[in-house]
Structure formats: C-alpha cells, structure tokens
Design a protein around this ligand. Sequence first.
Ligand SMILES: O=P(O)(O)OC[C@H]1O[C@H](O[C@H]2O[C@H](CO)[C@@H](O)[C@H](O)[C@H]2O)[C@H](O)[C@@H](O)[C@@H]1O
Length: 266
Amino acid sequence: MTFSTPSAFADFDAFTAALAGRNPALFLDYDGTLAAIAPRPELAVMPEQARAVVRRLSALCPVAFVSGRDLDDLAGMVAVDGLVYAGSHGFDLRGPDLRRQVGVEYLPDLDDAERHLRGHLDGIAGTLVERKRFAIAIHTRQVAPPDKPAVADAVREAVETRPRLRMTGGKELFELRPNLPWDKGRAVLALLEALGLDGTGTVPIYLGDDETDEDAFRALAGLGPAAGIGIRVMETPAPTAAGWSLHDPDQAAAFLGRLADWLAAG
Ligand SMILES: O=P(O)(O)OC[C@H]1O[C@H](O[C@H]2O[C@H](CO)[C@@H](O)[C@H](O)[C@H]2O)[C@H](O)[C@@H](O)[C@@H]1O
C-alpha cells in the first residue's frame, strides 16, 4: 500500500515508459472513474467526450469495463459496442465471444436478502435499494445523517443472518454479494486468460476509484513487478495498491485521450 502515487497524466512520459513496449489492455471502472459521482445512480452519466475516447481506444487496444453496476445497466450507460462488460463486481461477464456468470446458485440468497432489506428499509427516507443480478447495493447518499446508523444496522443484520452472502463497502453505500472468493481482481485475471491476453506481450491497465477496485489493483500487482498497472482515480491521496493516480473522471478521460494519441502514433 502506498500513499503517494505519481500522476499518470502529469508524468505521462514516465507512464508510457513503464509499458516497456508491451500492448496495453484497458480495464475501466465506471462510477467515480469515467462518470462523476451523482446523487442517484441513473444520474451518473458518462460525458460524450469520454465515450468518444473509449470508442477510439477500442479500435487501438482491448477495452473492458468492470463495474459494480448490473451488467445491462453498465452496458447501457457506456453504450459502446464491441467491448467486454463485467457487471455486479465481475460476477457477470459478457463480450463479443464471451459469456460467464459466477455464483448463479446464490441468486435465491440474494432474492431473500433483497426482500428482507426492502421490508426493513422502506420506512427510512432516502434509502435506495439497487438490485443488480449478483449484488444488492444499499445507498445512503440521500439518507439524513441521523438515520444512517439505522440503515447500517439493518444491512449488518441481514448479512449476519445470511452467511452465504458477504458485505463490501463503497461511496455512500453497502453491498451484499455472494460469499465466494470472487471479485473484480479475479474477474480481470479470468478475462485476461479468456481473451488470450495473459502473455508477456500485454500489459493490463486498470483504472478505478473505490475500495472494490483495490481488489483489481492487488491482482495486477500480484502478477509481478511491472506486469500490470493500477491507476487510482482520487482527488485526495489515499492508501492504494495502485502504482499510479489520476485526479478525477475528467482527468481520467483526458489521460485516455493522450493514451489513444500515443497508441495511434505507434
Ligand atoms: O464499480 P463502479 O462502476 O465504481 O460502481 C460502484 C457503484 O457505483 C454506483 O454507486 C455509486 O455511484 C452513484 C452515482 O454516482 C452514487 O450515487 C453512489 O453513492 C455511489 O456509491 C452504483 O449505483 C452501484 O451499483 C455500484 O456498485
């Protein structure tokens, strides 16, 4: 874990030097990385400029989105054809020649937890229960501060009585997901293998902003020195397993634009 990471934008030449002649494969988080955080999930729209740069990059190197969002929601928000999309934190994978779902046998557990949570949280104003196929997000962004502990208690109770699920955190939300050794990091490694990108000629680059993205940063770091590159999008320096940083989604899009220019120039 490091607190001080060089900027992949300001130190772009050093960043491209770290690729050491290998071809990048891009793995992109959505919320907080390419779409600015918004009051509600449906309001977090990716700017058209970012979409254009993703489309351009997808003609230059493999591009995948890896998000906590539901797969169809994610694909609809990004709206670029031909990419690989991994929804529900990597439990639900789809690409032009790829389909994989992890934890299908946990769907009844998620259904049961969703019913329980809706029943217990309906009375707390501002709470939003967002069901994804393989996860449930309980949003607290619109909940009055005095009511937030009650939401936390209800979620904790739901997960403590359901050992087949586990809880993770994020920006103003709790999430329940199958209690399986699977996360964004394992999904990225599985995608590298499935797409034939696990050789030494490829360098996976993962951009993310949140605690669930740290799983991906750790997975890439685990490939060995300089074998994979993590970039944490963060306005304030925080401990991270990523080796590089970007300030915010605008800078992330600008960085991807520079990367596209650099790749196009050969
Ligand atoms: O993996 P990500 O693509 O970063 O998705 C993580 C979660 O993002 C969404 O929630 C977050 O963004 C919302 C819109 O900006 C914001 O209102 C919320 O407070 C954030 O936590 C999404 O709704 C979740 O399903 C994702 O798991």
